[in-house]
Write a protein that binds this ligand. Structure first.
Ligand code: KG4
Ligand code: ZN
Length: 333
């Protein structure tokens, strides 16, 4: 069993996963309520919240997995080393190091994005490789080809905003509060996607993504015509954004032969994306992996799973492990 610790953003999370990738416990606390009024996560507030929450969250994760607090039967402690907010990462790292030291078990630093890639594995252990994954969250948007667990190649990345960031910025513009993804998704279901004609950025024949032009187009169009209903703006924006992601994903499936396609990250909760990916999987005759909401958003079970894999191939981190706020998935080996 491995204990996972995740504190890269506003979620304080701890989880225990066993050697067969079964989730024995997964506890997630979020400081989101403290950030709402600011329209985004305030790093200083998030860091302070982790300090008070991390202890109780780890304790609960151990208790729910029926592990003894003083000397749990663990093969190691996995912790998010980056990317993320430096002040938040440091809290998780300090806690994980202290626990690994007192328990006398190995420590392993995990890349948060690699963690997201392990989420589908926790729900369908019969997963067949290779797998194409669309990883979309508030901070990241990537198309990743996975040949096996831990063997990933980043095919494309956003060159500006992340998909969730675009959702949050447009929602803020529309006065829908933070986080904006769920609100826009809900409104989009009753609006008309044809109300606004918005650009679908494709930036050439590669797999890179771009959302900042779309966001600007929404702002410009709604400034030009203030009578457009908010649900119509939401539906038009959602369609343009999903269309770009799905076109690029389709392009990757045409280029590389895979056995399955997966969605990961917080934006994987989006109804248009879930429907679109399922349809693509059907068209290409491959498996479709849509993790549950709890597994799409930030959690520590995915970090424990990635750590379990890294430990199983003999990797360990030193207690001097430092936070890497800009750690790229492409640099993980
Ligand atoms: O993965 P996550 O929980 O945190 C990060 O690591 O970023 O993702 C949060 C992001 C936010 O930007 C939020 O607006 C977006 O996911 N999101 C959605 C939906 N639910 C959450 N975006 C679109 N549609 C949704 N239903
Ligand atoms: Zn995340």
């Amino acid at each position: 069993m491995v204990l996972g610790v995740e504190t890269s953003c506003d979620e304080t999370a701890a989880a225990v996963v066993d050697e067969r990738f079964r989730v024995l416990s997964s506890v997630v606390e979020s400081s989101i309520d403290q950030h709402r009024d600011f329209g985004g996560v305030v790093p200083e507030l998030a860091g302070r919240a982790h300090v008070t929450t991390i202890g109780p969250v780890v304790r609960r994760a151990l208790e729910e997995a029926d592990l003894e607090l003083a000397a749990p039967d663990l093969a190691g402690v996995a912790v998010t080393g980056g990317p993320g907010l430096i002040g938040s990462l440091l809290v998780g790292l300090s806690a994980a190091k202290a626990l690994a030291l007192v328990w006398g078990v190995p420590l392993i630093g995990v890349n948060h994005l690699e963690g997201h890639l392990f989420a589908p594995l926790l729900e369908s252990r019969e997963l067949e490789w290779p797998l194409m994954t669309l990883l979309v969250s508030g901070g990241h948007s990537l198309i990743v080809l996975q040949r096996g667990p831990g063997e990933h190649r980043v095919l494309g990345e956003t060159i500006d905003d992340a998909a969730g960031e675009a959702y949050d910025k447009v929602a803020r513009w529309l006065g829908l509060g933070y986080p904006g993804g769920p609100a826009i998704d809900r409104l989009a279901s009753v609006g008309s996607p044809d109300a606004l004609s918005l650009p679908v950025s494709m930036i050439g024949d590669d797999f890179d993504l771009s959302f900042s032009g779309l966001k600007t187009a929404v702002v410009r169009a709604t400034k030009a015509d203030r009578t457009i209903a908010t649900e119509d703006v939401a539906a038009s924006f959602q369609r343009a954004l999903a269309e770009q992601l799905l076109r690029k994903l389709r392009h990757s499936l045409e280029r590389y032969e895979v056995r399955g396609v997966a969605l990961a990250g917080g934006v994987a909760a989006n109804s248009a994306l879930r429907g679109g990916v399922a349809q693509l999987a059907g068209e290409f005759g491959i498996e479709c992996h849509l993790p549950t909401l709890a597994m799409c958003t930030d959690n520590a079970a995915m970090i424990a799973a990635a750590g379990l894999y890294r430990l199983s191939i003999g990797q360990r981190s030193e207690l001097s492990l430092s936070a890497r706020p800009n750690w790229r998935l492409a640099d993980v080996s």
